[in-house]
Design a protein around this ligand. Structure first.
Ligand SMILES: *Cc1c(COP(=O)(O)O)cnc(C)c1O
Length: 483
């Protein structure tokens, strides 16, 4: 394609007078705009928008879109984020006009089909969790955490207990302590054992009358199963606290182990990760929470219920923490999760987990020969390799490897998380990748590690931008046209 597209900004393609649409002259009576809109809301200058012809616009945007790395174009082993392939037929179903043309204020009688779907999704999630009740409202995993912690706070208030501390392992995702703080608790970090999992003896040092909640991720962010989970739950319960499961890693165990059976009291799902929905660049998502019967009265309103042959939105829940999200949650994402679960079925869901774990272990076996994996000979759905040794010996960092992988046509893994691994590369292949892709990825790492450090320090070499200041690029993006 001619280099005019893509290599220039849309503002540089601007040609005064160029238009994509030409309107015919108006043949009905017109009002002056000033008669219709108050003066204070009117523009007095023409906005400086680029003027381009429609084919130029389409080519420009298509070329830029093709430069973006996404699950549909590239292997995307971004640990913790579960960037699995998203079935296209679920997109079609979520876009049925029977869903998209609904209005959030329509009466319940006229949205029985949607309510049936949401009710059924609540039931399925409740079964996968092994817990009694579900709210579909939270718009993301992090909001699910906040919702559950607000429920925990309401639960302790209802019992007249002042419990302040939320215990969070040192390998937890950053949203865990942030949610605890936002819900008004104090965060206490608990260190992991040398094996990279939570240790009952270390937990015991922190338990007491002010313990509110233990937030734990299982499998954890090192890709390790928390083997002591049953004992940990018993200990927290004995101290009068609750256990919260961060369910972001459910793809490793769904259909195999029900977290409710570990003894947890509440959890969230990241439906956009585990049950698919394209969720790059921070959205969209859904973070339903599942809880035990004793916490159910505190769920956000409304809850979808089924009574006397019809579905109803139940607002009459006096202990509810109230609303956490407008209307019924991110319904488009929930529809995709429903479609995913109905497509794979119970047996398929178990196979999803088995293949996610098999793929991760296959890749661990190959990558582990190239870079040390400090925790675990075996992993669940992901593993964390370390570039600390190549950094010390050859000054090649995790960032250098991640950036150079882009040149080889792979999205970078998650880097520098979890914090307990130095120069961390957190790799999650997901179950939707085949052996050839996994082999090619490990071959790329092998090739990169043979390259000169100077070349790697300036990678990527074949991308439109090489090493932007990532913090500034995110916080101060340049979105205006400066002539
Ligand atoms: C992704 C993730 C979260 C946060 O979920 P969002 O849906 O992005 O808000 C929390 N914990 C873990 C372990 C995660 O991977």
């Amino acid at each position: 394609m001619h280099e005019r597209y893509g290599s220039k900004t849309i503002f540089e393609l601007h040609k005064p007078g160029c238009q994509s649409v030409r309107w015919p002259a108006c043949d009905v009576p017109c009002n002056e705009i000033a008669e219709l809109i108050p003066e204070e809301y009117l523009r007095h200058e023409v906005p400086s928008l680029p003027e381009v012809a429609e084919p130029d616009l389409v080519r420009h945007l298509s070329i830029l879109a093709a430069r973006n790395m996404c699950v549909d174009s590239h292997f995307y082993p971004l640990g913790s984020c579960t960037m699995k392939y998203n079935p296209k037929r679920h997109e079609r179903w979520a876009q049925l006009v029977e869903f998209t043309h609904l209005h959030p204020y329509q009466p319940e009688e006229s949205i029985q089909g949607l309510l049936a779907l949401l009710y059924s999704l609540q039931q399925m999630l409740s079964e996968i969790a092994g817990l009694d009740a579900v709210s579909l409202h939270p718009a993301a995993g992090a909001q699910g955490e906040l919702t559950a912690l607000l429920m925990a706070a309401a639960y302790f208030r209802s019992r007249g207990e002042a419990r302040r501390h939320v215990l969070v392992p040192d390998v937890a995702h950053g949203t865990n302590p942030a949610s605890a703080k936002m819900a008004g608790f104090e965060v206490v970090q608990i260190r992991s054992s040398p094996a990279g999992i939570a240790d009952p003896e270390i937990l015991a040092e922190h338990l007491g009358p002010s313990t509110a909640v233990l937030m734990i991720t299982n499998p954890n962010t090192l890709g390790l199963f928390e083997k002591e989970i049953v004992r940990l739950c018993q200990m927290v319960h004995q101290a009068g606290g609750l256990v919260y499961l961060d369910g972001a890693n459910m793809n490793a165990i769904c259909g195999i182990a029900q977290p409710g059976k570990f003894g947890i009291d509440m959890m969230h799902f990241n439906t956009h990760k585990t049950f698919s929905t394209p969720h790059g660049s921070g959205g969209p998502g859904a973070g339903p929470v599942a809880v035990t019967a004793k916490l159910a009265p505190f769920l956000p309103v409304p809850v979808v219920v089924y009574e006397d042959g019809r579905y109803r939105l139940d607002y009459d829940r006096p202990l509810s923490i109230g609303r956490v999200r407008s209307f019924l949650g991110n319904v488009g994402v929930l529809i995709r999760a429903y479609c995913y679960l109905r497509t794979v079925g119970a047996a398929g869901l178990k196979q999803v987990a088995e293949l996610a774990v098999l793929n991760a272990n296959y890749l661990l076996h190959k990558v582990g020969k190239l870079l040390p994996v400090p925790y675990g000979q075996r992993c669940m759905h992901e593993f964390v390799a370390s570039a600390a040794k190549v950094k010390a010996e050859r000054s090649i960092s995790a960032m250098d490897i991640a950036k150079r992988l882009l040149d080889y046509g792979f999205h970078a893994p998650t880097v520098y998380f979890p914090l307990v691994v130095r120069e961390a590369l957190m790799i999650e292949p997901t179950e939707t990748e085949n052996k050839e892709t996994l082999d090619a990825f490990s071959a790329a790492i092998e090739a990169i590690l043979r390259e000169p450090a100077e070349l790697l320090h300036e990678a990527p070499h074949h991308m439109p931008v090489s090493r932007p200041d990532e913090v500034r690029a995110a916080r101060e993006p340049i979105l205006v046209w400066r002539e």
